[in-house]
Design a binder for this molecule. Sequence first.
Ligand code: HEC
Ligand code: HEC
Ligand code: HEC
Ligand code: HEC
Ligand code: HEC
Length: 169
Amino acid sequence: MKNRIFNIIILLYFMVFILLLSGLKQYFFYQQAPDQPINFSHQKHVSELGLKCDFCHKYAEKSMAATVPPADVCMSCHKAVAKDKPEIQKLTKYWSDKNPIPWTQIHKVKDHVYFTHKRHIRAGLDCVNCHGEVQKMEKIRRVSSLRMGWCVDCHKSRSAPLDCYTCHK
Ligand code: HEC
Ligand code: HEC
Ligand code: HEC
Ligand code: HEC
Ligand code: HEC
């Protein structure tokens, strides 16, 4: 009898532990790097080939979203470059079928939060300030929590607006 109660307590203990872990995982392990439909490497295209961020993310300084480039941008090179490689054949198929590449979006704020790239880029911030050293990443991962404290800490340190209405319209 005593043993059984003991076992149940151990079981409950582990159940609570697992629940806690899955909650904590959402909260702390935001550095996700999901598999993408094509193995695109920033390290290769930025550090090795010398392409600038705005060659592909050209809306970052002009609008709210930085946007990921359409396959046309890639195909300006890959019609010729490495076209026998399997990853490039996948890319070519999306392009010739006129299907957008289903990239998984990694950085996303909740719908009740207002964020715009344009204002931040115009204020002289660099991509690195918020996205880390993307040019060294084989596979993109998040380095910032994107939580309210993250936004507010930087706003405080750079005397940017702090009233609620700034980020919650
Ligand atoms: C300015 C030209 C250029 C553009 C634009 C470009 N690439 Fe590349 N890409 C290259 C070169 C050069 C390589 C290296 C090829 C090699 O190693 O044989 C490469 C390599 C790759 C590889 C690795 C191929 C392999 O398996 O070795 C992938 C995947 C890739 N690019 C995808 C893309 C995607 C997706 C885009 C658009 C978002 C893109 N590239 C845009 C020039 C470009
Ligand atoms: C050759 C085109 C190309 C260049 C140059 C490029 N990117 Fe990208 N970027 C992409 C593509 C395609 C994706 C989507 C696939 C992925 O996540 O790897 C992407 C994804 C991203 C993401 C993640 C978006 C999300 O889903 O949240 C960030 C952040 C990013 N790029 C930043 C940068 C920065 C900073 C630079 C310059 C240092 C840069 N990129 C240069 C093509 C490019
Ligand atoms: C002040 C912080 C900050 C800076 C600076 C910044 N970003 Fe972002 N980025 C974010 C946040 C926050 C998100 C999520 C936005 C959303 O959910 O609408 C994001 C999302 C993205 C995305 C995916 C969604 C989209 O908007 O298309 C890409 C790509 C991206 N950033 C690229 C860049 C590039 C390239 C630069 C530099 C030119 C840059 N970012 C500078 C904070 C920043
Ligand atoms: C690395 C620093 C940094 C981070 C992180 C950051 N911001 Fe900012 N933000 C600034 C600066 C600096 C300005 C001031 C821009 C200006 O003066 O035009 C600004 C301005 C803004 C504005 C425009 C303010 C206005 O006058 O209307 C909004 C909206 C905003 N930020 C939202 C956010 C949100 C939401 C986040 C988090 C998801 C965030 N910011 C993260 C530095 C940052
Ligand atoms: C610089 C941008 C910024 C400012 C200023 C700001 N918030 Fe937020 N707020 C955020 C972001 C980003 C989130 C989303 C947090 C997340 O996804 O975990 C958020 C989330 C929230 C939430 C929901 C809780 C949650 O975790 O989703 C509440 C409530 C909130 N904010 C209230 C406020 C109030 C009240 C103020 C004014 C005192 C304020 N915020 C000012 C960026 C901001």
